[in-house]
Design a protein around this ligand. Sequence first.
Ligand code: AMP
Length: 406
Amino acid sequence: MAKLSVNDLNLQGQRVFTRVDYNVPMEESGGAMVINDDTRIRATLPTLEALRAQGARIVLAAHLGRPKGKRVASMSLRPVADKLAELTGHPVAFADDCVGDAAAAAINNLQDGELLLLENIRYHAGEEANDSAFAEQLAAHADVFVNDAFGAAHRAHASTVGIAEVITARGGQCAAGLLMERELQFLGAELEVPDQPFVVILGGAKVSDKIKVIDRLLEKANTILIGGAMAYTFKLALGKSVGNSLVEPDKVDIAQAALDKAAERGVEFLLPSDNLISQMTNGVWADPEVNDAEDIPDSREGVDIGPATAARYAEAITGAKTILWNGPMGIFEDARFAKGTLAVAKAVAAATVAGAISIIGGGDSVKALNQNGLAEQVTFMSTGGGASLKFLEGKELPGVAVLTDK
Ligand code: AMP
């Protein structure tokens, strides 16, 4: 069922409690916390502009880090308020607490179209506990609830679920922000009946994190390309030696079940035919080399897909009409082991320019595209990591379920 959108509402003069995902990476510099990457803040700008244009009084709530119910100075959202003012070109008020007198006074001061950012909601333990009294406090100064925090929608917290329940119970409206809508469209509707060939690329550390996604996509994809450390658990299932590679030996049976399902359904399921291998010695990676053999020698570790695999994967991606990519092909944080991930990123970008729809499922794949200046060339990059995976598994997210149906 489609959910109400901010564009369906009339918000003139309404106090709109807007949950956003401003959990941005920060670093201490010269005694102050500095934002390293403002992608998540920028991603909310269309929603903020829509709210502002309607004359809403915009109350923004977000979490930062894991302060576990305590005030932790390094996790204050104050630097985000400054960044937001810079990006929107409008003043952004800041309330030192998300509930209580400080919040009430700041909200009462808001005029139509103005913005206020509340302090980190996770300074209160009631947030993660989805405590009903805390949710009531959050809802006390709100007429309407908007959720634009897709990245937090898989968690039933007070600012994602509790507040929506309170507002719904008193006859109020709860709507999806524009970013949330786009996430639901690309990770949901677009992948329901994807244009074929549908090529899925999955990488990263663990099979166990992504097996449910693999299982569901085996019902829709024509081709699945596997890279990253998770490939080695599949290799183990096929009886190959993986040396010291990162594997999950206790997940070999689920890897085997996925291989069987792919064979039954005629899904092309590709694993690396060659690998870059290396060996950690005294804390440094030593002697990287390409290993063409199916087996990885003892004491060596697979750290990236090899060049033949990268070329084969790029070829499969080139013919795709729909592409979904989640997870790096190797330890791409080290430039020497980033070639496989870069080859995939370039192929995805090129296929998109040639007309494919490409959907990037968040996290490290987004980072890889950004690092290589390819972000503008893909169709959609999800802002959610865990939430994207849960949604791709076909699960209803609690933060979405509570929004008002159209
Ligand atoms: P995930 O969060 O599951 O998408 O995993 C991302 C992480 O997987 C990145 O930090 C990569 O460094 C790591 N990774 C990818 N390939 C390998 C590999 N072959 N060995 C160890 N770690 C890997």
